[in-house]
Design a protein around this ligand. Structure first.
Ligand code: C2E
Ligand code: CA
Ligand code: CA
Length: 748
């Protein structure tokens, strides 16, 4: 029967759950921000490159322009002096300027006639110079594009200006190695880039790094062929450049090449012969810069991201911790670590919704007189009892159970069970009746109720009620140990439902009638008062209170009924006062259900005022069991009642195990000795419970009354032990109002 289960905290804590979706959203947002940031940085770098590349071109173009202008000026000066007639022969000219040639980077001077015949400053004879006409077309100093030297076959450029010597038209040419321009263009700022000098058609005159192998190449074709240009749109950019150069404009742009690389191009006017300096740069360097930046950015973003995620997780977990704490407060019983009543009802409802198993049960287990145990052993020890009991119960019922402590000393469990339930209940009773706490062996007086849940049951409160009903059937009986809800109870339940259906109506129809039972003084056998006892006249039937009072206490209708009875008594008192100028002291039962509201008594006082009845004429009977209900602050309740002037009796005294200690502090006037002690009394012995109660009463200075006195012997015994009053059939049964009027007129 016993399952091999470890001792455990019975409600298991789930591990903390991370809110992945939330974290992903945060991560994604940060990632997007990173992308934007990288894009922004890239944009900045591009701007920077645009600026660098155009500045570089501008400088190069300016330098080239200065260099060429200088040379042009020199040629101009030479021709000026020739025109002034200083020289008679070409040799004289060569001799005069030989020394300056090197300063101006000229390799030689050449003087030719219209046929292309002549001499050079370094002694060569030139005949029929190719394209000689080109040099006679210009009035100003002319600069040719590169061409091979007739002397060395090197690439050269030629400055020229025509003049007249001895009446004959001639041209002065100054030759410069194209390489000398290249030196100016040769500025390295970007990897994989270059500087080009091109003419108006895009023909490459000079290529600073000799990137282009073929001579007289076209720059536009070169770019288009050299790289894989991905889209037509990119190609158009080159055509646009060609067009811009034709229109003598300058500009910068970038194109995507080789799939992802970017190639930056700036073209700048030299202002000589429509020549352009073109500077190019690939993004490899930039890529490196960008890469570092991106890595840096991503790194920073990642750290921020991780930080934010860490914070998110932290907040999330602490929220969950808080929720768990709230959950514990709301659902878990701190003494036993089992669920509490709220937990039981919630989980139980789910259990009922999802039921598939055939045999399901709900049991409730009550520790009788737990209050007395508390008084004897103290709270700490009794908490240990509860803890041990809870754990044992949890381990005795089948594994998938819901076991909770649903009130101070009541446990409930719900589970499926296919074997013999009676055997299980028997085992539970036996195992839990005796428990060991440390070295101490405790015997517990338990009552267990059980109910077999059927498929139609969906309301946890109802099944709990049925199990409670079964339990109350055996509460206080020492030999029975458990009760399984059966047909008798089912019928009782049906009966109760019938009563509940008509109780409100019964109240408005005045079906509840008061009977009065006189109380007789033992000293002079005169009437000392009476107790008001309710009867229900339902048609011809008179229903006794034990048939409906317990139900009304359960469904709280007793609160209405008690107030109704109280008001009826007041009405009777008013009538008697008028008719007989006499008002007996009337005892009225007040159920403990009122005490939930500590100020309930105000309602009673209001009614007294309404009928002009002194509160001191009324004795309120409160059962002893109410005084030991741990849910009630009884002292406060009693003090409130006393403060309003009512007489207070403790009803059914001796059955409730109230402590002397508490009694001492309670403002009570009368103790009503319960009928069971009168029945049981060994009238010859002086050593019974009654004597003990009398002893307590005397010590507390309160009056006593004995209930249920039926025989002469009992009456004499009670009288002899100096009990103040007697209420019982010996003198009178509870009687109707009319009978009671006659009675008190005779006996007052
Ligand atoms: P209780 O307050 O202990 O009332 C005394 C009960 O003992 C009455 O039963 C009374 O008829 C019965 N009794 C009195 N003398 C004798 C006797 O010599 N022999 C026997 N066998 N019985 C005697 P009753 O009227 O049936 O009332 C039962 C219980 O119902 C009361 O017990 C009280 O707890 C409750 N009750 C009655 N009326 C009211 C009411 O208006 N409000 C509340 N809250 N409870 C009421
Ligand atoms: Ca009573
Ligand atoms: Ca009583």
């Amino acid at each position: 029967m016993k399952k091999n289960k470890q001792e455990q905290v019975i409600i298991k804590e789930k591990p903390y759950k991370l809110n992945i979706v939330w974290i992903l959203i945060v991560f994604f947002i940060i990632l997007m921000l990173s992308f934007f940031y990288v894009g922004y940085v890239k944009e900045l770098i591009y701007q920077n490159i645009y600026q660098n590349i155009s500045e570089l071109s501008e400088q190069t173009a300016t330098q080239l322009n200065l260099f060429i202008t200088d040379q042009k000026n020199f040629v101009s000066i030479m021709v000026d002096s020739i025109n002034r007639g200083y020289f008679k022969t070409p040799e004289q000219i060569f001799e005069a300027y030989q020394g300056d040639l090197e300063n101006y980077n000229f390799t030689r001077l050449v003087i030719l006639d219209r046929e292309g015949n002549g001499t050079t400053s370094d002694g060569y004879q030139v005949t029929s110079y190719a394209n000689i006409a080109e040099f006679f077309e210009h009035d100003e100093v002319y600069l040719s594009e590169n061409r091979p030297s007739t002397v060395t076959n090197n690439q050269v450029n030629i400055y020229s200006k025509t003049f007249k010597m001895n009446g004959e038209e001639k041209v002065l040419m100054a030759t410069i190695n194209t390489m000398d321009y290249q030196k100016i263009l040769l500025r390295r700022l970007f990897d994989k880039g270059g500087t080009y000098l091109i003419n108006n058609d895009g023909t490459v005159l000079i290529d600073s790094f000799n990137n282009i192998e073929e001579s007289n190449a076209n720059f536009y074709e070169y770019v288009k062929n050299r790289y894989v240009i991905t889209t037509e749109k990119e190609e158009e950019k080159i055509d646009k450049m060609a067009q811009a150069i034709k229109n003598k404009q300058i500009g910068t742009f970038d194109i995507k090449v080789d799939n992802d690389d970017v190639y930056f191009i700036h073209y700048e006017k030299v202002n000589i012969n429509d020549w352009y300096v073109v500077t190019t740069a690939s993004d490899e360097t930039i890529a490196k810069q960008l890469f570092t930046l991106v890595i840096l950015s991503i790194g920073v973003c990642l750290i921020i991201n991780l930080l934010i995620i860490a914070i998110t997780i932290y907040i999330d977990i602490s929220n969950q911790k808080k929720n768990r704490k709230l959950y514990r407060i709301a659902y878990i019983d701190s003494v036993t670590s089992l669920g509490n009543v709220v937990y039981f009802k919630e989980k139980g409802a789910i259990f009922l919704q999802n039921q598939t198993a055939k045999n399901k049960y709900i049991i409730t287990l009550d520790i009788n007189k737990f209050k007395a145990l508390n008084n004897t052993y103290g709270y700490g020890f009794c908490n240990e009892i509860l803890k041990t009991l809870g754990k044992k119960l949890y381990n005795l019922v089948p594994i998938d159970n819901i076991t909770c402590r649903i009130s101070n000393d009541i446990f409930a469990s719900i589970f499926s069970y296919e074997e013999n339930i009676n055997e299980l209940l028997d085992t539970i009773f036996k195992e839990l009746s005796r428990i060991e706490i440390g070295d101490i062996d405790i015997h517990l007086n338990l009552s267990i109720g059980a109910y077999k849940i059927n498929l139609k049951d969906r309301d946890i409160k109802k099944v709990l009620d049925k199990s409670d009903m079964a339990r109350s059937k055996i509460k206080g009986l020492y030999h029975n140990n458990y009760y399984l809800f059966d047909e008798t109870l089912e019928n009782q339940l049906i009966e109760e439902q019938k009563i509940e259906a008509c109780m409100e109506e019964a109240l408005t129809n005045h079906e509840f009638i008061i009977y009065y039972q006189p109380k007789i003084s033992t000293q002079n056998e005169k009437m000392a008062g009476a107790e008001a006892l309710v009867r229900w006249y339902r048609g011809k039937e008179i229903i006794p209170p034990n048939k409906f009072i317990p139900l009304f206490e359960k469904n709280k209708f007793i609160i209405k009924l008690d107030l109704y009875i109280f008001e009826q008594v007041c009405k009777d008192l008013v009538a008697w006062r008028k008719k007989y100028q006499y008002m007996p002291t009337i005892s009225i039962n007040v159920s403990k259900e009122h005490f939930v509201d500590e100020n309930f008594i105000d309602e009673y006082v209001k009614i007294c005022n309404q009928y002009n009845i002194e509160t001191s004429c009324i004795d309120l009977e409160i059962t002893e069991s109410a005084t030991i209900d741990s849910n009630i602050n009884i002292l406060k309740v009693l003090n409130n009642i006393k403060a309003k002037g009512f007489i207070i009796s403790i009803d059914d005294f001796g059955t409730g195990y109230s402590s002397l200690n508490m009694l001492q502090n309670m403002p009570i006037d009368i103790i009503k000795i319960d009928k069971v002690f009168i029945d049981k009394a060994d009238l010859s012995s002086h050593n019974n419970v009654i004597n003990y109660i009398m002893f307590i009463a005397k010590n507390l200075g309160v009056k006593t009354i004995a209930e249920g006195v039926e025989t002469k012997e009992q009456m004499e015994y009670i009288r002899d032990i100096k009990c103040d009053m007697i209420q019982g059939y010996y003198y009178s049964k509870p009687i109707t109002k009319e009978e009671f009027e006659k009675y008190f007129n005779k006996n007052k």
